[in-house]
Design a protein around this ligand. Structure first.
Ligand code: ADE
Length: 250
C-alpha cells in the first residue's frame, strides 16, 4: 500500500519511520510512504503557504493553491487517488476497526493541516475522509498521520514476531488484560516479593486462556464500561463471559 503525505514539515516523519518494529514495514515498502513537502508547491514568489482568513479572525489558513498543486502532483505520480484524508479535530475519531480497514486497503493521500486549518474549498473538492485522534487540538496533522501510519504498519504481515495483534486491545472490542514476565517473584527492598499470578505458571493452556479472557473482561468493565455494553449488544460475549461479569457484580 502507498501513503502520500502532504506536509509543511516532512522532517518530522523520518525519525518515526526508521525506528522500532514498524521500520520493517516502511523500509521494505510494504507500507510505502512518500513525502510531498508543501512549500515546494507554493505558487507565489514568496513561497507562501498560508495567509489571513477572509472575514477576519485569529490565525492563518493554509492556502488552497499550494494544496491543489501538490495534490495534482501526487495524482500525476500515482494515478487516481484511492482516498484523501484530512486530519482535524472535526473528523471521525480513529479507532482500531478503522485502522484495520486502512491496513487492508491500497493506502491514501494524507493531508496534514497546520495553523487554523486548510481552505475549505480543498476539503470540499478532494477530501474523502476526515480523521481525528481525539477531542483535543494538536498544532498540526503530522502527529495524527504518524499515528495512523504506525497503527497500520504494525498490522502488516511479518511486522510483529507472532501475530500478537490478534490479541491487541480493541481487536475483539475489549481491552487487553495484564502481562507478566521474569522474575516469578519480584524482590522488594523490604525483603518481601511480588509474585506473578500462579495460573500463568501452571502450564495449563485452557486455564490460562480463560484467566486472560476474564482479566480482559474485568479491565474493560472497570476502565471502559461502554465497550462491554457494545460487546453485549453485538453478541460478542459468551455465556461464560456473562457469568464472570455477573460474579463481579456487573
Ligand atoms: N489536527 C489538530 N488536532 C487534531 C486532532 N485532534 N486529531 C487529528 N488531527 C488534528
Amino acid at each position: 500500500m502507498r501513503f502520500d503525505v502532504v506536509t509543511l514539515f516532512p522532517d518530522l516523519f523520518a525519525p518515526h519511520l526508521t525506528q522500532g518494529i514498524t521500520r520493517r514495514a516502511f523500509e521494505s515498502g510494504q507500507v510505502d510512504v512518500r513525502l510531498w513537502p508543501l512549500r515546494e508547491h507554493a505558487t507565489d514568489a514568496y513561497r507562501r503557504v498560508d495567509d489571513r482568513p477572509f472575514g477576519g479572525g485569529p490565525g492563518m489558513v493554509m492556502l488552497a493553491e499550494p494544496l491543489e498543486t501538490a495534490l495534482a502532483a501526487v495524482r500525476a505520480d500515482r494515478g487516481e487517488l484511492p482516498a484523501v484524508v484530512h486530519f482535524t479535530p472535526a473528523g471521525q475519531r480513529l479507532d482500531q476497526a478503522q485502522v484495520q480497514a486502512w491496513a487492508a486497503g491500497p493506502g491514501a493521500v494524507l493531508l496534514c493541516g497546520r495553523y487554523e486549518g486548510i481552505d475549505q474549498r480543498v476539503i470540499d473538492r478532494h477530501v474523502t475522509h476526515q480523521i481525528s485522534l481525539g477531542d483535543y487540538v494538536l498544532s498540526g496533522g503530522e502527529l495524527a498521520a504518524l499515528v495512523l501510519l504506525d497503527a497500520v504498519a504494525r498490522l502488516q504481515p511479518g511486522v510483529l514476531a507472532a501475530p500478537s495483534h490478534e490479541q491487541d486491545s480493541f481487536s475483539d472490542g475489549l481491552l487487553e488484560g495484564p502481562h507478566y514476565s521474569r522474575p516469578e517473584q519480584l524482590p522488594l527492598a523490604d525483603g518481601t516479593s511480588v509474585p506473578v499470578p500462579p495460573v500463568l505458571l501452571s502450564g495449563h493452556h485452557g486455564q490460562i486462556a480463560r484467566w486472560r479472557r476474564e482479566q480482559s473482561l474485568a479491565v474493560t468493565a472497570r476502565q471502559r464500561p461502554e465497550l462491554i455494553t457494545a460487546a453485549r449488544a453485538s453478541g460478542r460475549l459468551s455465556r461464560q463471559d456473562e457469568q464472570y461479569l455477573l460474579s463481579l457484580g456487573l
